[in-house]
Design a binder for this molecule. Structure first.
Ligand code: NAG
Ligand code: NAG
Length: 721
């Protein structure tokens, strides 16, 4: 007996001797963290990785890190995401316009001076900032000479070819001439290697360049002497005959000097370029509209005295880079209420196009489903989310509610064509907000009559197909489609093209009222994924605003273009927004618990030790907080590298720990419970329903509701069929 006790004592002493000191402990923690990260990389959604850690290995996670609750709280409420934007210069070595020589280090200094204290803004319903905010790091490099030669070569030979025997006022260069060369250059870069660069740390002094990160956005700036001093502009996917006619009203996209590419940059991020030698011109909304692009909206080396050009152009280049960040690299979210993968339903979003038509027969096609499917699938590639696009037809004659909504929203408005002195003409418009109000009220009923009985994870797109009508009719007199929370409304008619309040040069831009595909695509991206209009910008200093510089070419928004393809940058916003919204949801839940715990601890002793007396409970909370921190860290680094689908998956995993913390909090204190309930952000269904039960309950409730709604509707609108 004695011997055994002594043996035990010896063993304990030996253990104590080897007991992890500070270093040993952190080494163990490091090892455990690596194991958890490995596990998380493969774990299926719904698997609680913590629960699968063997009991004897949990103590590392239960070790408290000595931070106050407030400090831990801060790590869940203010979360910097390092992002890299790489500016690549071509023709800034004295070999370009005005012999400008831009020193990388000098431009780097200006970029740092921008003080881009960016936030992740959510614009609607009221402006707010997310916990995750970008910390922008700029890299600046000169493109290799060989690339400069190739770009100059293709431009020269195209422009000389176009000028053969004639001297057009403007030479139109297809964007592919330059885009293909730059995309090929980027594709040829070794993964991880990139042109040697100068790095600017983020302007808030947030540390050095995260050299391991690929650039989220690579922006080429071209400053090559225009070949044969030609005035040239880029066109986007135009047909030769249209270009030859030269009427900008008929171009698919207003020509321009830049392009947000559909190709990826070397590190997988988005690629864009600006050619400062292209002919300056103006485009955007007409008088009174914000965000018009003017000839001087882009820097031009010729605008400066030769002696001063090299320095004078720097602030303009920096401003151009800043604009590219807020439109292409880290745009605001239109709203935060995204069609997130749902915990109690499938992960699929169903976009249900409901054609409400004035004919008795099925109307001519106004929305091309294939285009929607392709573009949405491209934007969500690799993600947990998938989108299905379906369509249904509902004749006005069959749906009094639809007629009701339509006639309620119909307004007569007088309008005068821009610049015309002719007496104003009266035209009809559909009031967007009135239409939304009525449709929102009856949406489930209308969906049910259209044959959509499952309204869960459904984004309804109500398209008013007015093919009997040859007068133009647009939402608010300007839009073919409008995005609302959980709904898109569109209108299509047989009318001739309608002039908009946008111009390209001095030519007005028009809409084709019979095809709403592109407008619907843009509105679906806005409504379901919070992706803003390409021209929407936000800065903490001046708030939300507009700038149409990048609203050309591959964008689904605005009448300056009619292309239905998406740039990589606009597609990336979808994946990023999903991850951001899911992360915000769960870090918010963790923060709410921490807030509560802070209230429980005595003043000046903000520590879990004081807040939670029961050791086992405290250990559990500590471990969950540590595990959540690891998941958050992984999700943030995936976002930094543009791996948005992975960030969303990890964000999803965070939900398990948030729920566990809420459960622990419930056990703790009734007072705390009240605290949490008041915060509203906490998802109480997690606590009330076990996961499997919730699925059944929700499906049953929905079925009941739609059945009830149908009965109600039948009573009230007896002749709906
Ligand atoms: C250009 O096209 C628009 C729309 O088709 C037309 O109304 C306009 O008259 C044309 N302008 C010229 C100068 O041909
Ligand atoms: C934690 O921070 C909040 C506000 O930031 C403060 O009111 C509170 O006193 C702090 N608590 C402790 C214990 O330091």
């Amino acid at each position: 007996m004695r011997w055994r006790e002594i043996g035990l004592l010896v063993a304990l002493l030996a253990l104590a001797h080897f007991a992890p000191g500070v270093q040993g402990n952190s080494k163990m923690q490091h090892g455990a963290k690596l194991m958890l990260m490995e596990e998380l990389r493969k774990a299926n959604i719904g698997r609680d990785v913590w629960a699968h850690i063997p009991k004897n290995k949990r103590s590392v996670w239960e070790a408290h890190d000595g931070r106050t609750i407030n400090e831990t709280l801060a790590s869940f409420t203010d979360i910097p995401v390092d992002i890299v934007v790489h500016i690549k210069l071509i023709g800034f070595d004295g070999d370009g316009i005005n012999h400008v020589k831009v020193d990388e280090a000098a431009l780097t200094r200006y970029l740092r001076g921008l003080h881009l204290d960016l936030q992740t803004a959510v614009l609607e319903p009221e402006l707010k900032h997310l916990s995750l905010r970008p910390r922008v790091h700029f890299r600046v490099s000169k493109a290799p000479v060989s690339l400069t030669h190739r770009v100059a070569g293709v431009l020269t030979s195209f422009i000389f070819g176009a000028m053969q025997g004639k001297r057009p006022a403007t030479v139109y260069v297809p964007h592919r001439v330059v885009d293909d060369v730059l995309a090929a250059e980027e594709a040829g870069l070794q993964p991880g290697s990139t042109h040697a660069y100068h790095a600017a740390p983020s302007s808030e002094g947030g540390g050095s360049d995260p050299a391991h990160l690929p650039a989220l956005l690579t922006l080429y700036v071209l400053n090559l002497e225009p070949p044969a001093s030609a005035d040239y502009l880029y066109t986007y996917k135009e047909e030769d005959a249209v270009v030859a006619a030269g009427n900008w009203s008929e171009f698919r996209s207003c020509p321009g000097a830049l392009f947000a590419s559909e190709a990826r940059a070397g590190g997988g991020g988005s690629l864009a370029w600006v050619d400062l030698a292209a002919a300056p011109h103006s485009y955007g909304p007409l008088r009174g509209g914000q965000g018009q692009v003017f000839p001087h909206s882009l820097p031009h080396a010729t605008a400066f005295l030769p002696a001063a050009a090299s320095t004078a152009i720097l602030p303009d280049l920096a401003a151009l880079a800043a604009g590219a960040v807020s439109h292409l690299a880290w745009p605001a979210l239109q709203h935060g209420d995204l069609a997130l993968p749902n915990k109690d339903g499938g992960d699929d979003l169903e976009v249900q196009i409901i054609h409400i038509h004035d004919t008795l027969a099925v109307p001519p096609r106004s929305v091309d489903l294939e285009v929607l499917r392709q573009q949405l699938a491209g934007a969500l590639a690799g993600s947990l989310m998938a989108v299905q696009v379906k369509e249904h037809f509902l004749a006005f004659a069959m749906c009094d509610l639809c007629v009701n909504a339509y006639t309620n929203a119909l307004r007569v408005r007088t309008q005068r064509q821009e610049g015309s002195n002719v007496v104003a003409s009266a035209g009809q418009i559909l009031d967007r907000l009135v239409l939304h109000t009525t449709l929102a009220e009856y949406s489930e009923i209308i969906l049910a009559y259209a044959g959509v009985h499952q309204t869960h994870n459904v984004l309804p797109v109500f398209v008013f197909d007015l093919s009997l009508r040859d007068e133009p009719l647009l939402l608010d007199g300007a839009l073919q489609a409008a995005a609302f929370p959980g709904m898109v409304i569109a209108v299509a008619s047989r009318a001739a093209p309608v002039r908009t309040r946008f111009s390209c040069g001095h030519m007005p831009r028009s809409l084709q009222p019979e095809d709403a595909t592109r407008a619907v695509l843009g509105a679906v991206l806005q409504s379901a994924f919070g992706a803003p209009h390409t021209a929407q910008r936000y800065s903490p200093a001046s708030g939300p605003g507009w700038n149409y510089l990048w609203a050309l070419g591959a964008t689904p928004h605005g009448p300056l273009s009619s292309l239905t393809t998406l740039s990589v940058a606009s597609g990336a916003a979808v994946g990023r927004n999903l991850a951001l919204a899911e992360l915000e949801r769960h870090v918010g839940r963790v923060a709410a618990v921490l807030h509560g715990l802070n209230k429980l601890s005595p003043p000046h002793k903000s520590s879990l030790k004081w807040a939670i007396e029961r050791t086992d409970l405290r250990n559990r909370v500590t471990a969950r907080l540590n595990v959540a921190a690891v998941k958050l860290e992984m999700a943030v680094s995936a976002l930094s590298a543009g791996r948005n689908a992975e960030a969303l998956r990890l964000a999803r995993h965070l939900s398990t720990d948030a729920s566990a913390l809420e459960r622990a909090a419930l056990q703790l204190d009734a007072q705390l419970t009240q605290e949490l309930a008041c915060r509203g952000g906490t998802d109480w269904t997690v606590l009330l329903w076990p996961p499997a039960g919730s699925l059944v309950a929700v499906v049953a409730a929905l079925w009941w509701r739609s059945r009830g709604a149908r009965l109600k509707a039948e009573a009230r609108y007896d002749k709906i069929y």
